[in-house]
Design a protein around this ligand. Structure first.
Ligand SMILES: CC(=O)N[C@@H]([C@@H](O)[C@H](O)[C@H](O)CO)[C@@H](O)CC(=O)C(=O)O
Length: 346
């Protein structure tokens, strides 16, 4: 582990500052619908500013339910080489962050930063928790180990009832990591905190100097569009509902964070590239293709446990079971999901 945030930041070649200019999606290869095993397509044009796809990482576990750090290096290589995804969001919803102990979350953060060094562009650590002391501890730790940024959800047991209390809570966390960007993770379907992001962003930079953007995991595209309209130059606006990404791109999303970029990243990168070239028909084809898979698995019942199973058979990296109260995906789900994936990607 590195001894200070400054040393760690220097080792990464300097962190981005919250005021750097925003970069739009940029593709690097001609778009072609070559399928899951086709040519690699990356939209990571700049290592400085968070853009393109960010995988909300799964937390690998051993069969007996312990976190399995031993496969993180392999996981990094899979994302970069097989999916063209060079940003990760660690310990979020997909990573079962709220089902892990603080110690486990810190170990995972360290492993992702270490194994991602010189391979990943951004390692964002989700440090949100129900209590401030633990969230602050994880924020400070993330800065010390050299994470690219931190994010936090709203607390969801005792909930903030208005914007000011939410900002006050987030400010306490961000202030523990004053050298790295802070992102608000908006996921009202899970937190129950429905404070509009448009409202939250108004004046937030004065309260939280490191505020860099939002991970917007909601389907309220009016709220999202207002965020873009009012903050396009200042903040990174990352969309978090993968099956609606093309709509969010049309609204001006800076990038996307989601679970399906773990195993469908290549296909989504092709979509980003088509969109950047204003080839809406091709972009739609890619969105429809990923949507066909998701629509299929939604009907079977889909969540974090099933995401772990899909990633296991797609990457061949054992992700293990989820932690209670989540239950493992059934064999029936795995067989059907795998057959569907194979049929779409051949
Ligand atoms: C509720 C939920 O898990 N949403 C996912 C999506 O990526 C989601 O899995 C996907 O859109 C499929 O519905 C992300 O927004 C969550 C996420 O980014 C995270 O794990 O932190």
């Amino acid at each position: 582990m590195l001894s200070s945030a400054e040393e760690a930041t220097a080792a990464r070649g300097g962190s981005q500052t919250p005021d750097q200019p925003r970069a739009e999606f940029q593709g690097t290869e001609a778009a072609r619908c070559s399928g899951h095993r086709g040519s690699l397509c990356s939209s990571m044009a700049s290592p400085k500013r968070l853009q393109g796809l960010t995988a909300a990482t799964i937390t690998p576990m051993t069969p007996d339910g312990e976190i399995n750090l031993s496969v993180i290096g392999q996981y990094v290589d899979y994302l970069v080489k097989e999916q063209g995804v060079k940003n990760v969001f660690v310990n979020g919803t997909t990573g079962e962050g709220l089902a892990l102990s603080t110690q486990e979350r810190k170990q995972l953060a360290e492993e992702w930063v270490t194994k991602g060094k010189n391979k990943l562009d951004h390692v964002i650590i989700h440090v949100g928790a129900l209590n401030l002391p633990e969230a602050k501890e994880m924020a400070k730790h993330a800065a010390v180990i050299g994470a690219s940024g931190i994010a936090a959800i709203a607390p969801f047991f005792f909930k903030p009832t208005n914007k000011d209390t939410l900002v006050a809570f987030l400010r306490e966390i961000a202030s523990e990591a004053p050298g790295i960007p802070f992102y608000y993770y908006h996921i009202p379907s899970l937190t129950g905190v429905k404070i509009r992001v448009e409202e939250l962003l108004d004046g937030i930079k004065e309260q939280i100097p490191t505020f860099q953007g939002v991970k917007f995991s909601d389907t309220d595209l009016l709220d999202f569009a207002q965020c873009v309209k009012n903050n396009k130059e200042r903040f990174v606006l990352l969309y978090g509902v993968d099956e609606h990404l093309l709509s969010a791109l049309a609204m001006g999303a800076s990038g996307a964070v989601g679970s399906t970029y773990n195993y469908l990243g290549k296909k989504y990168n092709l979509m980003l590239e088509a969109f950047a070239k204003q080839d809406l028909v091709l972009a739609q084809q890619h969105q429809f293709c990923t949507g066909e898979f998701l629509s299929f698995v939604f009907k079977l019942g889909f969540g974090v446990a099933q995401t772990k199973a899909v990633m296991s058979f797609t990457s061949r990296i054992p992700m293990g079971p989820p932690r209670l109260p989540l239950l493992s995906a059934s064999m029936d789900f795995i067989e059907k999901a795998k057959a569907k994936m194979d049929s779409l990607m051949e």
